[in-house]
Design a protein around this ligand. Structure first.
Ligand code: ADP
Ligand code: MG
Length: 351
């Protein structure tokens, strides 16, 4: 199975290589007068890398230390937002029987933003999909029973919470509240926090890559734009279908080609339609969002995917300073207002 190579074997090999070598390098760019200081790690169940573009050779050691600090930030956030790590704040909240709980300011903030976008997307974005998401096991490739999905869907429809004064209060007996899952927002939120940290340490050119959730700081030192590839869905060679040339923006893709299985010509994947409890079935393979905020890019990539090509694009086009690239199941590239494409290179039109 070619798929297994990309889903299991390749990540395992990459992880082995990364853990043995722990890629910490300062690569002198031969044609330009800057170095790329970069390191990779494995957090949030995914590979992450941070690359600082450095003009001042004397700061390279400092940059390495800053990147190590960024990984510590990731570790700290994993202990707040992970729904699988039994030591995390969210895990403990999910299994608690208390109807009211005081939560950390980060958990409070992220849930407040999630709430705002739950309303804005008419429920397409819903972090209470935790139990339903948990029913789908993309390694075992089995479809959960209808009855079990319906049961969980009913809980989802009835569940609600309110946030006030750093406290979360559930509207129902806690045993009837589905688990919260922040998989559609956390990487974006953490990327924004890492960007704040690097900016406050005078880094003005960098790429933060949290498992494909990209956030750029500035442009390259030679004033060139960064070039971010959009993966061709289901490609076995990992080729790009297009690329986005931009600076200082986040570029985030939600696609159905990484965690999925196929049965009777249906692709079952990890983006759940909260109105049905099933993986979204539409004519899209991926949605890429470009926006200054990585939190918003992360939320809107998942949301626009759930809403589909028409309603999803309508939402993006009425949202200021947010752009989208939809890839359809017949590999057509649909651009939101404000983007242009030339030779498969996408740019913001007024750039
Ligand atoms: P990834 O994080 O794998 O790059 P996405 O940003 O599209 O991909 O997020 C998918 C994740 O978001 C799922 O694994 C799940 O945790 C969560 N999720 C799935 N469906 C929804 C939804 N309708 N609303 C909010 N979160 C969702
Ligand atoms: Mg997302």
């Amino acid at each position: 199975m070619k798929n297994n190579f990309f889903k299991i074997i390749l990540p395992v090999i990459s992880m082995a290589v990364i853990s043995v070598i722990l890629i910490l390098y300062s690569k002198k760019n031969l044609t330009n007068s800057y170095s790329v200081v970069s390191n990779s790690g494995y957090y949030f169940d995914t590979f992450i890398s941070i690359s600082i573009y450095e003009k001042d050779e004397a700061l390279v050691e400092n940059d390495k230390n800053l990147i190590a600090e960024c990984f510590n930030i990731c570790k700290d956030y994993e202990l707040i937002f992970s729904h699988t790590n039994t030591d995390s704040e969210l895990y403990k909240l999910n299994i608690s029987s208390a109807s009211t709980t005081k939560i950390s300011s980060d958990l409070y903030n992220i849930l407040s933003i999630a709430d705002e976008y739950n309303s804005l997307t008419n429920g397409a974005f819903n972090v209470l999909i935790g139990n339903i998401e948990g029913l789908w096991d993309f390694k075992k490739c089995n479809i959960p029973d209808d009855d079990i999905i319906d049961q969980q869907l009913e809980l989802l429809f009835k569940a609600n919470y309110t946030l006030a004064n750093n406290t979360i209060t559930f509207n129902n007996s806690k045993s009837l509240i589905p688990a919260i899952n922040l998989g559609g927002i956390a990487k974006g939120y953490i990327a924004d926090k890492i960007k704040d940290f690097l900016l406050s340490n005078n880094v003005n050119s960098a790429i933060i890559n949290l498992g494909g959730n990209i956030l750029l700081i500035g442009e390259k030192p030679d004033k060139e734009l960064f070039n971010i590839g959009i993966t061709k869905p289901f490609s076995t060679t990992g080729e790009n279908i297009a690329s986005v040339q931009t600076s200082n923006m986040s570029v985030v893709t939600s696609g159905i080609y990484e965690r999925y299985f196929e049965q009777n010509s249906t692709i079952y994947h990890h983006i759940i339609d909260p109105s049905t409890g099933y993986p979204v079935q539409n004519n899209l393979y991926s949605v890429t969002i470009i926006s200054a905020s990585s939190t918003i890019a992360d939320i809107l990539s998942t949301s626009a995917f759930v809403l589909g090509a028409d309603k999803g694009m309508e939402l993006i086009n009425k949202t200021d300073d947010v752009y989208a690239v939809f890839i359809t199941s017949d590999f057509k590239i649909i651009l939101s207002d404000g983007l242009k494409i030339d030779n498969n290179t996408i740019t913001i039109a007024d750039n």
